[in-house]
Design a protein around this ligand. Sequence first.
Ligand SMILES: Nc1ncnc2c1ncn2[C@@H]1O[C@H](COP(=O)(O)OP(=O)(O)OP(=O)(O)O)[C@@H](O)[C@H]1O
Ligand SMILES: Cc1cn([C@H]2C[C@H](O)[C@@H](COP(=O)(O)O)O2)c(=O)[nH]c1=O
Length: 210
Amino acid sequence: MEGLFITFEGPEGAGKTTILQKLGKELQDEGLDIVMTREPGGIRIAEQIREVILNKSNTEMDSRTEALLYAAARRQHLVERVLPALEKGATVLCDRFIDSSLAYQGFARGIGIDEVFAINQFAIKDVMPDATIYFDVPVEIGLQRIQENKGREVNRLDLEKLDFHHRVYEGFKLLKEKFPNRFHQIDASREIDQVYQAVKETILKIIQGK
Ligand SMILES: Nc1ncnc2c1ncn2[C@@H]1O[C@H](COP(=O)(O)OP(=O)(O)OP(=O)(O)O)[C@@H](O)[C@H]1O
Ligand SMILES: Cc1cn([C@H]2C[C@H](O)[C@@H](COP(=O)(O)O)O2)c(=O)[nH]c1=O
């Protein structure tokens, strides 16, 4: 049996983690086989790589090193967590995946979307998401939300200049155009309950249409 691989993508503070956790739990309570996970991280080795990438003191990190570390964490997480879940027929909800690398490292860092796609092909072979829930929110609103979230630790990428975050947003816009069938855009600037309902309806349709 083959499961469904659904990724959540978008700029900082869009609400991906909050909605993924709440919806995943609700769907589990309804009896669906849901696996919730995140990138970079989700399993021990990838969490260790996450610490290296996001550590605020690693300011000297080269962009290509950064791209390779994300791809390495992705490979390990895919093999250890995502593929076994898909093989047993689960629906995997994953907080970020390859599109974040394409938007952040490929576009915003300026390495190039095609080049970053190529190193990720080495990591993921042909495993792409079945669907991507894209949380569309203006950069300033997302950044304000994370500033107001006092429980969240500020990481190295949060500290990038506003211009970088605008390029990330532009990068995601290009990806929406490149993958129109896979990307399901949600207006994430709305009240959290409205965003939640929209994401839930979208995901249920995807699961029912499987
Ligand atoms: N629609 C919303 N309206 C207002 N606040 C929101 C909304 N969605 C999420 N938040 C709040 O914004 C903050 C960031 O949310 P969350 O961590 O879910 O975003 P994220 O997309 O996972 O961010 P990042 O990728 O930067 O970690 C949290 O404090 C959360 O409670
Ligand atoms: C997977 C992935 C992530 N990033 C960036 C995006 C965020 O700034 C951090 C992850 O933090 P979060 O709070 O868990 O969202 O990493 C990236 O630049 N490239 C990637 O491939």
